[in-house]
Write a protein that binds this ligand. Sequence first.
Ligand code: ATP
Length: 743
Amino acid sequence: MYLKSLELSGFKSFAKKANLDFNAQVTAIVGPNGSGKSNVAEAFRFVLGEQSIKSMRGKRTEDLIFNGGESSARGNRASVKLAFDNSKRLLDIDFDEVAIERVIHRDSLSEYFINGSQVRLRDIVELLAGAHIGASGHHIISQGEADRILNANSRERREMIEDALGLKIFQYKREESERKLEKTRENMDKVESLRKEIAPHIKFLKKQVERVEKTIALREELKNIYRQYLKRESEYLALTEKALADESAGPKRDLERLEKELAAAKKALEASKHKDVKSSELISLEARLKSTRESRDDATRSIGRIEGEIASLEKMLARERTSADAETVTIEYSKVRSLIDRVNELLDDISSVPKIRELLKSFLESNKNSKSQNRAGDIEKELKILRDRKIDADKESREKETELAKLSSHYAALQKEIEKEKDSSRDAEKAMFRIMAEENEIRGRLSVIRVREEKLRLETEDFKRELGEGAALIGRDITLYESDQAASAPEERRVQEDRRREIEKIKVRLEDQGGASPDEVMKEYKETSERDEFLAREIADLERSAESLTNLIKELEEKLDTLFSEGIAKINSQFKDFFALMFGGGEAALSVIKEKKRKRGPSAEELAEMGIETGDEAEEGEEETELGVDIRVNLPRKKIKGLEMLSGGERALTSIALLFAISQVNPPPFIILDETDAALDEANSKKYGDMVENLSKHSQLIVITHNRETMSRAGVLYGVTMGREGYSKLLSIAFNDAVAVAK
Ligand code: ATP
């Protein structure tokens, strides 16, 4: 026995606390009409968690609370407590006695308790479902509802049978799994849409990353080619510099030498400038020579002329004298005396002989015949003048001759000197021409070298610029070219130029790649793709759990189907017997039918609208089916096929047979039968009583009845009365009093 007791307090007509102990397998509740018996059955529904007020004959919750009677006030609270003996762990909870309780107030929702602890309705439902007790009340047959199972449609019927077969627990599980599945799908949709949201960003970032990677590769390429280029170039520059230095050393030395030589030559030429002074001296000397020569010639000429004149005068004089000599002349003594004195005077100096001669001669002349004397005297005077003049001219001539000789020798010496100097300046000039020619040639060579040096300088500048640019583009790494191995094979300069062109090309391509910061792009891409991967994993997880839920649901459905089919088969074998027993023959059976059902999920069309493709398994037009249960009856001696053709009694008998068959297959811990026997005649009441007894072997029975036969099968009887106070009372009664109480 599982049921221990039921306590009602304020529930419907039970204003005062009333208690029923279930100490027997069959408990009968008897009492007059309207005393509140059915309220007891409803109290069971209530405490088990029934949510339909209607099924407890109320419209609102407060209809379940005692509403007051003639002499008693209405209550504000209704509670029902059902106690189980749980020593056999009927309920999956670790207590030997379990009391579940439901309380309602006029103004609030229901409260549920298990052993005094408040719980959720769900906790109660689950706890009871595990014990094959449900709020659906398959084991509570309300008054007038015995044939509910006959009236129900095939689907409802199936549900009632499933419930009775204890399949509810699987259904709960299935529903829970479906809920979870739905939730999982919602989450999948959410995650999918998150992924879709970030997909374009990832695509964009991926392109960026590809560009960045390309840039990195280009940089690497650039670095390599740069290092090769720089290595080669530095070697080339060093070699070229050395070669140019070597090449220019000789010419530079030569040039230095020539400079010295040139200086010497210049000095020599400088010195020859005196030559001009000498030349002009020579010219003036020539002029002087000429004038001196002319003066001498003049002197010579006048000497000749004077000599001619003297000669002619001397002839004239001689003639005069001859004539004069022949004449006698008287001379004054004083004159002769003065002559002798004078001669004596002159004789003191022997060198004055000519003068003496002259003196004597002129004495003679002056004492000549006066006429001829006079003429001779005149001639002599003239002669004297001429002779003086000749003396002067001779002197002059001699002097000029001497001067001429002096000038000539001076001239000759000067000329010689000039000649000599002319020679040495010619040499210097020659040397200068040679030096200049040589210098020209060397300068020509040097200027070729300088052109090459200039080229080298430009190349060195280019090299430095490249180094700078390279370092800016690639980093200081580039300067490590120095540590690179020496470029082995010699190559043409053209190759290096090609390299440089390649460098320029790569630079342009790098510029085209744009300036997104590679680190940031990589980081963002990493983060975003990690998020995407996380979402993908999330989806995979969700898919897995959706799959396992689907599998679970499938398993549960298969299990439900199997258990259901098995259950139906078992019920049928019992139903057949009970039916035959009740009707004294005939046949009855349940049959499982497949019924079309609206699909639970969205249609293929709706799915297509959402952009979800449907596979072949969800072809349009295909309808899901569900199982229903049909009842077939075949009354003995009657040709009745449809349930609707049965009489009230026949309907009652058929449903009782079916209910009992169901209960037999999977006996619930207790069954409540509220006047299920109302329509039975005496003979059938007996059969009903037998079946009650039979059922009570597996389930505790609470029968509400007016039927004496039924009462007789009960171990405990309770009478429900309602007095003037207007509320129901319970009292334990003996069988013998029961019939009386029931009336
Ligand atoms: P019958 O034998 O005719 O089926 P019964 O014994 O099963 O009768 P119930 O239907 O259980 O009687 O009881 C109905 C009685 O309970 C009515 O008299 C009704 O007035 C009373 N009742 C129902 N709800 C309330 C309520 N909220 N407060 C007070 N009384 C109530």
